[in-house]
Design a protein around this ligand. Sequence first.
Ligand code: WTA
Length: 648
Amino acid sequence: MSDTKLYPVPAEFAQNSLLNDNAYQAMYKHSITNPEAFWGEQGHIVDWIKPYSQVKSTSFQPGRVDINWFQDGQLNVSANCLDRHLKDNANKTAIIWEGDNPEDSEKLTYQDVYEKVCQFSNALKAQGIKKGDVVCLYMPMVPEAAIAMLACTRIGAVHTIVFAGFSAEALADRIDNCGAKLVITADEGVRAGRITRLKDCVDTALAKPQVTTVNNVIVFARTNADVAWHEGRDLWWHDVVKDQPSECAPEAMNAEDPLFILYTSGSTGKPKGVLHTTGGYLVYATMTFKYVFDHQDSDVFWCTADVGWITGHSYLVYGPLANAATTVLFEGVPNYPDTARMSQVVDKHQVTTLYTAPTAIRALMAKGDDAIKGTKRTSLRLMGSVGEPINPEAWQWYYNTIGNASTPIVDTWWQTETGGILITPLPGATSLKPGSATRPFFGVNPALVDNEGNILDGENEGNLVILDSWPGQMRGIYGDESRFEEAYFSTFPNMYCTGDGAKRDADGYYWITGRVDDVLNVSGHRMGTAEIESALVAHNKIAEAAVVGVPHDIKGQGIYAYVTLNAGEEADEALLKEVKQWVRSEIGAIATPDTLHWTQALPKTRSGKIMRRILRKVATDDTDTLGDTSTLADPSVVDTLISEKQEA
Ligand code: WTA
């Protein structure tokens, strides 16, 4: 680990970068020893309508967990992302949209986006949407997704984006949980040449009895396909903006007013609505974007994440736009129509900074040089990775093949809950080690603890925790305040528990080893095993289910599901298809099990607890060292599982 080859900052990069290592060290030290002063200064990276006098008021103490930043300040997110740039950057490109079809692309300047956001803000108001109301977005990757987000922030509405790959069932659950008054969608989405009937999905979701709060649906015409229409409820985007003025005064929001809710998977059956607020989130997204991506005015930044994930929120929309950057919004996938698409887009738009996920890198790597065929990629000066641990082979390939062995890579570790990047190299300051997220960002105080919560020193491995608050931290679980402390602060008192394991090497670099809880990371998407299990057992032929993650070459982790059927049910090909389809309709395609293992019985302790440790070992054929099985109610279950696996 610590003897891995070092990749020092390239001399050319160092010359123009915002921060060198000395600057990082000094700023980091200041941020930890005096967070109040540090963030008091850095908070001015955004514009405040009413300046703050309080900076940090946070507690991780048991029974008193409470997080407030810049508490008495007021600001508006859309004004920070748009209005303040109009003086110098009105004609600068804010959004480059690249369609699924390589012939479709469009550029929107800051002035364009400003006007469209104002018009759409007025349209939202005309539908009765007010400060504090929740608006749900179920959108394809079109500029209107970003416009709708910004419009919500302009009028103080709270957005919740549901990834358009989630099913109607999952959408309904989320709408029900957050009480959204309005849904914004498109007639259809287009991805990799395939059509998704988004409006149909919304119709199905809204027809469910538990969904009672939605008054209107605004539909953006992406493909102009025929869609069912509910008079009085449904409205076309182009109609609602038509007569709206292109000015709309931004609402003065308190720093701690809710900004958005984003659902993510945890270790329980239901996804959690992660709540972020206005001031701290924006300061943190803006600042991390600036320093982690070493932002320069001439950059063209491309984050390949979907707006439905936190990466899309912080580094496709808010971070870049708050920095007056040019951000690429891509409708498609990295390997369509051909394997070189990602590289072609880099050349076409002269992308300088590419931020993508290890799963995409591994999928391209499997195709070798086809991934760069006919392209140069010489515009790139920096690349990033996010979403899951990047294995050193994939890192090297990304570096050598996509990056022409000349651009630094920032391997950025963070979470939906953290709002922005917490552990990462700074490209002008940090020597890189392939596979390591390296060092903490300013104000982030990580530690490793053993299972009893004792802090581990020096070179070590343990549970990754954060000892003090940072401005981008989530503020709560929407609609379930008590769960926040329990979910994140009860495992290890006085510490934020990340759910990840990590190693720290002799240089103090962190190496994230992956989740230590019941959360899977499939192609960079978080999935709770409990969530998939509850979808499985909701099927009328299934008695019990247990899901574990197994290593997968491209996806990082694959989903392996053990299923027992109700008496009298027969496991066959048809049922296999039916069950996979069932999970897709309950959650979405990303949750579809790779393997279904029909079994007679699951290994349980005498108290009825499923022993996942054993299930993990059987799934990966690692059955030589099963460990102690004496606590099992019926130890013969294990042999049955092993022979079922071998027969399958
Ligand atoms: C994992 C995505 C290793 C980690 C931003 C975390 C990573 C979970 C990295 C959060 C990385 C994210 N190296 N693991 N660079 N980035 N992860 O909420 O397990 O979708 O807890 O946020 O992804 O996933 P989420």
